[in-house]
Design a protein around this ligand. Structure first.
Ligand SMILES: Cc1ncc(COP(=O)(O)O)c(C=O)c1O
Length: 360
C-alpha cells in the first residue's frame, strides 16, 4: 500500500470553473476575487479579506501596512516555516525568537513576555499544524506594550480559539493556499484578513502597485494579486472546507486511539482549541529510523521543520531555544489529508506500532 503525506483535491466542478475563467477574458481583479474575498471574510468572521498571491506576500504586506521597519523588533517562533520571519528581516526589522509551548508546539506566551523590549513592535504567533495559539495572553501583552499582533494562520483555516476563528484574533492575519494546505488554489495564493478598515485598504493598495485607481499610485506597492483562476478554484475548495476539516479531525481521533498505550507522543488539543490538523505530528526519539522504516513500507512522512528558523543561514541567531532545539530531532508528520481511508490510517498506525515494538 502507498500512502501519501498530503493530497490535493480536484473535481469536475474545479475543471469547469477554470474553463469559465479562461473563456471569460477576465484574468485579474474580477468577480471571482471579489466573491472569494467576501466568502473568506465570512469564514473568518472578519470585516475584510484581501486576496494575494501567497502566504509570504500576505505576511510581507501586513508588516508593510503596519509600518514595520528598521529599528523595530518582531517576535516570532523559530519552530515554523521560514516565511513567518523572513519578510520582517527583509524590511530590516530585527527578528527576536521565542520558544514554543512543549505540548502544542505554538509560540510560548511566557517566552514572548521575556523577549519584549522597548523596541518591540509586533508579535507573529503561528497557529502551527492547525492548532491555534493561546491568544488571550498574547493579546494582553500586545495591549500592555502597544504591539501589533499578526497571526500567521497559514496552517489554520477554520481552526478556532475559544469559539473564534483564527484570522480574527489579532490586528491582521495571513493565510496560505499553497497546494498542501487544508484548502488550496492549486498553485500559490494567500489571503489577508482583518477588522481594521485602514489596514485592509492599505494592503489592498499595496498588493496592486499602491494604486487607488488606474495610473494613480499613492504609495509603494508590489504586484501580489491573486489571479481569477486561483480565486475561482479557491471558492470551490472553500465549499468543501467544513467537510474536510471534519474528516481531518476524524482521522486524528483514529490515530489517537490507535496509538493509545504506545510510546508515540501524539498531538494535544487544548480544551479551548479546535485543531484542524493541517499536520498530524508525533514525537519520538528514533524519528529518522521510523521515517525510513515507513518509507520502505510505502508510507510518506515529513518533518515540519527539519531546521529551525534561527539556524537558517539568512536568519541565523545564537539564541537558545531549548524546546525548539530538542523537538526538531523528534517530530514526524504522518499522512493526513481528507481523502485518506480508514484502512490507510490503520495501516500507517500499525506500521508505526510495529516499528516501536520491534526496532524501537
Ligand atoms: C506557517 C507558514 N507561514 C508562512 C507560509 C508561507 O505561505 P506561502 O507558501 O503561501 O508563501 C507557510 C506556507 O508555506 C506556512 O506554513
Amino acid at each position: 500500500m502507498n500512502v501519501s503525506l498530503s493530497k490535493m483535491y480536484v473535481d469536475d466542478q474545479i475543471h469547469k470553473v477554470v474553463f469559465n475563467v479562461l473563456n471569460s477574458g477576465r484574468y485579474i481583479n474580477g468577480e471571482n476575487l471579489k466573491s472569494f474575498e467576501e466568502e473568506f471574510a465570512d469564514l473568518c468572521n472578519t470585516e475584510y479579506a484581501v486576496g494575494v498571491n501567497s502566504g509570504t506576500s500576505a505576511i510581507l504586506l501586513s508588516l508593510m501596512a503596519l509600518g514595520i521597519g528598521e529599528g523595530d523588533e518582531v517576535i516570532v517562533p523559530s519552530h515554523t516555516f521560514i516565511a513567518t520571519a523572513s519578510p520582517a528581516k527583509f524590511l530590516r526589522a530585527k527578528i527576536v525568537y521565542a520558544d514554543i509551548d512543549p505540548e502544542i508546539y505554538d509560540i510560548d506566551p511566557g517566552d514572548v513576555k521575556r523577549k519584549i523590549t522597548s523596541r518591540t513592535r509586533a508579535i507573529i504567533p503561528v497557529h502551527l499544524y492547525g492548532h491555534p495559539c493561546d491568544m488571550d495572553p498574547i493579546n494582553k501583552l500586545a495591549e500592555a506594550h502597544n504591539l501589533h499582533v499578526i497571526e500567521d494562520a497559514c496552517q489554520s483555516h477554520s481552526a478556532t480559539y475559544k469559539g473564534r476563528k483564527t484570522g480574527s484574533l489579532g490586528d491582521i492575519a495571513c493565510f496560505s493556499f499553497f497546494p498542501s494546505k487544508n484548502m488550496t488554489v492549486l498553485g500559490d495564493g494567500g489571503m489577508i484578513t482583518t477588522n481594521n478598515s485602514e489596514l485592509a485598504q492599505k494592503v489592498r493598495m499595496m498588493r496592486d502597485h499602491g494604486r487607488t485607481q488606474k495610473y494613480v499610485h499613492e504609495m509603494f506597492g508590489l504586484n501580489c494579486r491573486l489571479s481569477e483562476i486561483h480565486a475561482a478554484i479557491g471558492r470551490e475548495q472553500l465549499k468543501h472546507l467544513t467537510e474536510w476539516t471534519e474528516r481531518r479531525r476524524a482521522i486524528a481521533a483514529r490515530y489517537d486511539i490507535l496509538f493509545r498505550d504506545s510510546a508515540v507522543i501524539i498531538p494535544v488539543e487544548r480544551e479551548w482549541a479546535r485543531h484542524v490538523y493541517y499536520m498530524y505530528v508525533i514525537r519520538l526519539k528514533q524519528r529518522d529510523k521510523l521515517a525510513s522504516y515507513l518509507k520502505d513500507k510505502g508510507i510518506e512522512t515529513g518533518i515540519h521543520y527539519p531546521v529551525p528558523v534561527h539556524r537558517q543561514p539568512y536568519l541565523i541567531s545564537d539564541v537558545c531555544l531549548p524546546i525548539t532545539e530538542k523537538y526538531v530531532d523528534e517530530i514526524l508528520s504522518l499522512p493526513m489529508h481528507p481523502q485518506l481511508s480508514d484502512e490507510e490510517v490503520d495501516y500507517v498506525a500499525s506500521e508505526v506500532r510495529n516499528f516501536m515494538e520491534n526496532a524501537g
